[in-house]
Design a protein around this ligand. Structure first.
Ligand SMILES: Cc1cc2nc3c(=O)[nH]c(=O)nc-3n(C[C@H](O)[C@H](O)[C@H](O)COP(=O)(O)O)c2cc1C
Length: 121
């Protein structure tokens, strides 16, 4: 709902919005609620940047906003170098009845690599 500014993303600053939000795992930044009909999807590709070794908590907000029961959620991410870490575990509690898998880090992925990966799912 409130876009992140460059200052918000300053991870060196302990008081920046991203630092404050990520220091409280229970905090759920608001998203723009769109009336998405999840019942028409079986498999969802969910992408985000890695923040502090996991998904930004706004991704938990998204997962908690809809019913993902019985759906397959494949993650993809960009990062400065780290992997998924505890990401799956920390997202699973927000969509307990979904099957969440790690998917791929797509740092510098070419269009071809990405489409080959998506087609292989
Ligand atoms: C608050 C914050 C925390 C971050 N934490 C990590 C991290 O733990 N590991 C990592 O490899 N990169 C980390 N990054 C770097 C981002 O993952 C990277 O900037 C992003 O994936 C690149 O996407 P972009 O090219 O769209 O900016 C962090 C970035 C921000 C803003």
């Amino acid at each position: 709902k409130v876009p992140y500014t460059k200052l918000d993303l300053d991870w060196m600053n302990k008081k920046s919005r991203s630092s404050v939000e990520m220091s409280d795992k229970k905090y759920r930044p608001a998203i723009m609620k769109k009336e998405m009909d999840m019942s028409s999807y079986d498999e969802i590709l969910l992408g985000f940047p890695i923040w502090w070794y996991v998904a930004p908590t706004i991704i938990n907000t998204f997962l908690e906003a809809y019913d993902f029961s019985g759906k397959k959620i494949v993650l993809f991410a960009t990062s400065g170098g780290s992997g998924f870490g505890n990401t799956v575990k920390e997202l699973q509690s927000s969509a307990p009845d979904a099957v969440i898998t790690e998917g791929r880090l797509l740092n510098c992925g070419t269009k071809q690599e990405i489409s080959e990966w998506v087609n292989s799912l």
